[in-house]
Design a protein. Structure first.
Length: 214
């Protein structure tokens, strides 16, 4: 096949043989040559490589700040000669690629905005087709502080934790409940940072609820 031998050639019949094609150096036409007892036959054939395909992603969720390792399993991840495997998450490169085989790869996630995020693998012009997504880690509340001594109308609440998103996405999507009561935007922004939220109770509350949901 071109200038490379076709491995594991096996005779099937007078009119059929099989072999494992070598990696293609390009998608251009290549000369296929079969030689039997010094007699050769040739055929010009268009070669192609299959597009990569993602079967699974681990973990299924990740922090927005990036830096964690994502593992993909699937098929056809190895590039041909003079090609490069590229992984993108929400159009951002997942790099560096730490490990790469034909059926699996690992890469380091970039910082990301609001999820879910589409994941794709491309090699040259070949791009994985199946829609695959990874979700942001859910919000985690670690502490709640109340400015007033009691939970009553207008009480200012500061919630700390992580995975609270970013300004552009969280201002519209953020929803905070303390017990059954909504904690709404006060004079300041509801979202402060990835790790902090500020809100005000708009309903009189006689006793502190035990559950906070972000």
């Amino acid at each position: 096949v071109g200038d490379s031998p076709c491995a594991s050639a096996a005779w099937l019949s007078e009119s059929a043989i099989t072999c494992r094609a070598p990696p293609a150096s390009s998608t251009q036409a290549a000369l296929i040559a079969v030689t039997v007892a010094r007699a050769a036959s040739t055929l010009l054939l268009q070669l192609y490589s299959e597009a990569p395909a993602i079967v699974s992603i681990a973990p299924s969720s990740a922090p927005r700040e990036g830096g964690s390792v994502m593992t993909l399993t699937g098929q056809h991840f190895l590039p041909d000669i003079n090609e490069t495997t590229t992984v993108r998450v929400a159009r951002e490169p997942c790099s560096p690629i730490l490990r790469l085989t034909d059926s699996s790869l690992e890469c380091v996630l970039p910082p990301l905005g609001s999820g879910p995020w589409p994941v794709s693998v491309s090699i040259g012009s070949r791009v994985s087709q199946s829609p695959t997504f990874i979700l942001p880690n859910p919000p985690l509340v670690t502490d709640v502080k109340i400015v007033q001594a009691a939970f009553f109308f207008g009480a200012a609440v500061t919630i700390t934790g992580k995975n609270f998103g970013n300004f552009s996405t969280s201002q519209a999507a953020l929803n905070v409940r303390i017990g059954p009561y909504l904690c709404l935007k006060g004079n300041t922004k509801l979202w402060i940072s990835e790790t902090s939220i500020s809100c005000r109770l708009k309903t009189p509350v006689l006793s502190p609820p035990s559950r906070v949901v972000v």
